[in-house]
Design a protein around this ligand. Structure first.
Ligand code: O7M
Length: 240
């Protein structure tokens, strides 16, 4: 085990990672379609999280689930699982500091541990941090060109803003390697595993710290088996 583990920030995320031997964060992107009701989605979310308790370090919640459940149910979900997972609000904030601050305060009150913001708008440095903050550097999808072209400046902005970590797509090997080198102390979260093409564990090989996975688990006929397979691939990489 990494000797510096205990000092790593954000503390709650790394403590859960150590306790569960897991670098997996679930993107809980469940939503209602014509045939499902919000309460059904709530029940599915609860049973999914119950069944994955031992395998996930964190859970990321964004627009699909929030628009489906509403923030009252999201708060209920956060309260139910606050001991079990590091809870991340993924609304990719990109507004003026005044508005970003209001959003952060709300996320904190709801029970989130962290929020995700874009970096390109600037001005994150002076926000009062009621929760941890991650900045998006490079996205996983092929059209994330503007972010890639401004990689160095976004890395600088991440340092200036003093975010706790950054998001770099798991599909972008060279950018993960470069981000690891430029920001040795920051936690790197990498989405884009399985459905978007990255092999489970590969982002950790390149220097990332956590993999964010959604559909490969939420749409699996056997979510527990799929999550276990990903965690095992990650443990395998880390043990090398
Ligand atoms: O595993 P998937 O493809 O079903 O889901 C991926 C999740 O990661 C989904 O919730 C996206 O919003 C998120 N994500 C990306 O897919 N790519 C990115 O570049 C960034 C994110 C993300 O989480 O940003 C914080």
């Amino acid at each position: 085990m990494d000797p510096g583990f205990r000092e790593k920030a954000p503390a709650k995320l790394w403590e859960l990672a150590e306790e569960k031997r897991s670098r997996l964060i679930l993107a809980l992107d469940l939503y209602s379609n014509n045939s499902t009701q919000p309460q059904e989605v709530m029940n599915r979310s609860i049973s999914l999280l119950e069944s994955l308790k031992d395998l996930l370090a964190g859970v990321k919640i964004g627009l699909p689930l929030s628009l489906t459940l509403g923030f009252e149910r999201i708060a209920e979900l956060l309260d139910t699982f606050k001991q079990d997972f590091y809870m991340i609000a993924d609304f990719k904030l990109s507004d003026i500091p005044y508005i970003n601050q209001i959003a952060l305060n709300f996320f904190s009150k709801l029970g989130f541990d962290a929020a995700i913001a874009h970096l390109f708008q600037g001005g994150l440095r002076n926000l009062r941090r009621s929760i941890d903050l991650f900045g998006v550097v490079v996205m996983s999808h092929p059209d994330s060109r503007l972010l890639q072209e401004n990689f160095q400046r976004l890395i600088e902005e991440a340092s200036i803003a003093d975010v706790d970590g950054v998001v770099v797509g798991a599909t972008k090997e060279s950018f993960i390697r470069a981000a690891r080198k430029a920001l040795p102390e920051k936690t790197i979260l990498s989405p884009g595993v399985v459905v978007q093409g990255a092999r489970p564990g590969s982002a950790l090989e390149y220097g990332g710290d956590f993999e964010i996975v959604g559909r490969a688990i939420t749409r699996s006929p056997d979510p527990l088996a799929s999550a276990r397979k990903i965690v095992e691939a990650e443990r395998d990489v880390l043990s090398r």
